[in-house]
Design a protein around this ligand. Structure first.
Ligand code: B4P
Length: 192
């Protein structure tokens, strides 16, 4: 199995690049943001509880997202590998993921961390908010809160994988295709 984490702050392009990477490498895409939005649109109890955090730009509780990922791993026993998008976002989530993968006899091959300036992140998210209907993209205050959550809780996840020498920083600004080529280069070295 080849398991990859696509890492970066909100708006760094994780969702955008994941769509392209799963097609190229045949990986199963697991986005906790997408899974949570699907729960919200189906108005499940989990979705309604998550929405109150997401609307404020805060992270959803670790147990909730770890439970979702655990179920998704069990539901895809035939996958040739997973692309984790937006997960793990805390050190607790990272440790839980390692344990879940170990139970399946596999591990994370690499974390590709997308580097994008804060100014560019805010610009992209405000632009997406004009058309996406996403409640967490519409105002500057919530966008800034998401970036603060990233610095306070998520950035440390890169340190966690750094101790195992699994982090590669990739340029996240420029054209979508150029960024994709940079990501593929890193995947290809590890697959060959
Ligand atoms: P996510 O759904 O993970 O979304 P994101 O961080 O906002 O965006 P992403 O980086 O995927 O950006 P995208 O490609 O869309 O999280 C949403 C919320 O869910 C979180 O705030 C949190 O509350 C909750 N959540 C999710 N996972 C969680 C977890 N594990 N634990 C706890 N809570 C969790 O790109 C953004 C925009 O930029 C798009 O409009 C795109 O078109 C544009 N763009 C992309 N690449 C570009 C480029 N190269 N140039 C210009 N624009 C570009």
């Amino acid at each position: 199995m080849f398991n990859l984490i696509l890492f970066g702050p909100p708006g760094s392009g994780k969702g955008t690049q994941s769509e392209k990477l799963i097609v190229r490498y045949g990986l199963k895409h697991l986005s906790t943001g997408d899974l949570l939005r699907s729960e919200i649109s189906r108005q499940t109890a989990l979705g309604m509880a998550a929405k109150s955090f997401m609307d404020k730009g805060q992270l959803v509780a670790d147990e909730v997202v770890i439970g979702m990922i655990s179920s998704a791993l069990d539901e895809n026993p035939q996958a040739k590998g997973f692309l984790f998008d937006g997960f793990p976002r805390t050190s607790t989530q990272a440790e839980a993921l390692d344990n879940l993968l170990e139970l399946k006899g596999t591990s994370i091959a690499v974390m590709l961390a997308m580097d994008v300036s804060e100014e560019e992140l805010v610009k992209r998210l405000i632009k997406r908010g004009e058309t996406s209907g996403r409640s967490d993209d519409v105002n500057d205050k919530v966008i800034r809160a998401r970036i603060t959550e990233y610095h306070n809780k998520t950035a440390a996840v890169a340190d966690y994988y750094q101790q195992f020498d699994k982090v590669v920083i990739v340029k996240g600004e420029g054209s979508i295709d150029n960024i994709f080529q940079g990501l593929c280069k890193e995947v290809d070295v590890r697959l060959s």
